[in-house]
Ligand binder design. Sequence first.
Ligand SMILES: [Zn+2]
Length: 397
Amino acid sequence: MEGLATLKINDLVEEGKHLLGEFVGNANGKTLIVFGGIHGNEASGAKALKRVLPKLERITEKLNGRVFFLAGNTRALNKGVRFIDSDLNRHWTTKNIYYNEPNLKNPPNLSEDREQKELLEILHQVIRTAGNEVFVLDLHSTSADGVPFATLGDTLRNRDFAQKFPITILLGIEEQLDGTILEYLNNLGCVTMGYEAGQHFAESTINNHEALVWLALVNAGILKRENCADYEKYFAVLEKASGKGRIVEVRYREAVNPEKDGFVMKQGYENFQPVRKDEILAHNEKGEIKAGETGMILMPLYQKQGNDGFFLAREVAPFWLWLSKILRKSRIADLMHLLPGVKRHPSEKGTIIINTKVARLFPLQIFHLLGFRKRREVANQLVVSRRLYDTKSPFVN
Ligand SMILES: [Zn+2]
């Protein structure tokens, strides 16, 4: 569709109206939920969904499942800002989800409480009625130009799904961020994938988002490949945009608050650009900020709002992916608490506490291999939890 990039978003999304489209072919089939614009300054996802809508409408009866397209932060989308009061993609903490539970009728304190309550109402309904696997995509874009990539919570089910796409996959970013919508849905057992499709205002970003949605319909098993007109074209779009497909692991996040600490990123960095240890990447009022290790830079912050200055990452060798698959399917993870300096958490299931003074030989990477996610680190204690639905879906018997 021509000219969609120049359309104002409020022509596309109404405040408080999240459901952009709903298509049910086989009600007992798999489910695909796609979010566009969880960040209100990233309208590209919602625009792409709007583009797919009329095409999907024509082939609804061919869908072996259900598809829901949702606008994220509708009030922020209408103002073209990342958020109104609070980042909606950091808002999915246990406390907020409980407070904004639709049945509880707690008054919303923030604009994003309202958004969350509205979204929860839809998500509860969709998940409650799911009789088969539930897949979730979250469409994002970045302030800087660069290679698009997918972000995953590191479960084997997420990996299996993501590896069907010709894209670069980033693991471990969710461990650096609290309260993302995908972490919430992942913990409910959904297969989840975030996708950063390119620069906020580039037409190619909308094209990448659209291509991802079509391939997701096929890869989720909801749409047969022969019923997806232009499948090859969409595949080629993603393949071309991604450059070299690879799996990369996040190792470091620079937490910032540009309004208070004067954080300014050095100009000219792009996603996946190699950086060397001690290279000057940014500065704040205290001085220079250097790379703590050699690797690649991710999501350098070139806008005023946001608390992630940049991330540092490294490519993961196929051997480690293979090894972690074997280990997670074994029962080794259940025995970790028997190691010296490691004990079970007294009340949290699947959680262990590691005394890093005693258990020096077991760095966080070992626990990653076994499917644990870092929760917190205080003094000499590292707390990690196993992902609930790493290898098995709660939606499939
Ligand atoms: Zn975003």
